[in-house]
Design a protein around this ligand. Structure first.
Ligand SMILES: Nc1ncnc2c1ncn2[C@@H]1O[C@H](COP(=O)(O)OP(=O)(O)OP(=O)(O)O)[C@@H](O)[C@H]1O
Ligand SMILES: [Mg+2]
Length: 235
């Protein structure tokens, strides 16, 4: 049971009296893609923020490569290979693209930045420009690139396709596929649940801070209860 890349055991997150996450348990095997889906406010971001050390859990245990990281702060986790691409991208628009990428790799050398430039030539071409000059899709690529600079073994992606046009969503999913093909373990949060389940090895459906369904992506897509309650809107 200890050999998963990530093990979350009875995680609880509260904000004052608001119980956002209630005893959530799941795991991500090394090299797998796991998705967390569920309605707005279900607790998805709270879970990944707790894993990445941004939010302090109220209870439960989080293990990364067998090591307890329940109370490890975010900056130390990045150095250990656990990085998050936060909801809303959170790039620094007045800094240059290169400065944003440097922030992702402050613990490492700059080799990671060259790899990101190879993958995303548009970022290389505009490296001296303010990140705010990029389109929404390009900003998302920058947010993902900034995470990749740290050469993570586990990447947490919080709604990477949010607000993007369909063609750009395709690109984001292509990048996610590449990240996974390199052997990086992926935890993906998506509003586009149907699509996320389509690429996931395993999915967890959250409602009101609890896991209400789990299974392989294919199993959840074939489950009428999941489809009618959570995937009703065609995507
Ligand atoms: N900083 C905070 N202070 C108080 N309540 C919060 C805070 N962050 C989240 N919450 C509440 O916790 C619950 C879970 O929020 P969370 O952001 O984890 O959900 P989510 O599934 O990521 O939603 P969305 O799909 O809208 O991003 C919600 O009721 C939310 O209002
Ligand atoms: Mg969220």
């Amino acid at each position: 049971m200890n050999d998963a890349m990530l093990t979350v055991d009875r995680l609880r997150v509260s904000y004052g009296r608001v119980e956002a996450v209630r005893e959530v348990s799941f795991r991500a095997e090394e090299g797998s893609l796991v998705t967390l889906v569920g309605a707005n406010g279900a607790g998805k971001s709270s879970i990944v923020n707790a894993i990445s050390g941004i939010v302090r859990p109220r209870g439960g245990r989080i293990r990364f490569r067998g090591k307890d990281i329940t109370r490890t702060p975010a900056h130390r986790l990045v150095g250990q290979g656990l990085v998050q691409v936060p909801e809303g991208r959170q790039i620094l628009t007045s800094l240059t693209i290169e400065e944003n990428l440097q922030m992702g790799g402050w613990h490492a050398g700059s080799a990671g930045i060259d790899d990101v430039y190879d993958r995303f030539p548009v970022l290389a071409e505009r490296r001296r420009l303010p990140a705010g000059s990029l389109s929404g899709g390009e900003q998302q690529m920058l947010a993902i690139g900034r995470a990749l600079v740290a050469e993570p073994s586990l990447i947490l992606l919080d709604e990477p396709s949010m607000g993007l046009a369909p063609l750009i969503v395709d690109e984001v999913f292509a990048v996610i596929g590449e990240i996974r093909a390199r052997g990086t373990t992926v935890v993906l949060i998506e509003q586009n649940a149907r699509r996320a389940l389509g690429v996931a090895d395993r999915g967890y459906v959250l409602a009101s801070g609890e896991i209400v369904h789990e299974g392989t992506g294919a199993e959840l897509l074939a489950d009428d209860r999941v489809v009618s309650a959570y995937l009703g809107i065609a995507t």
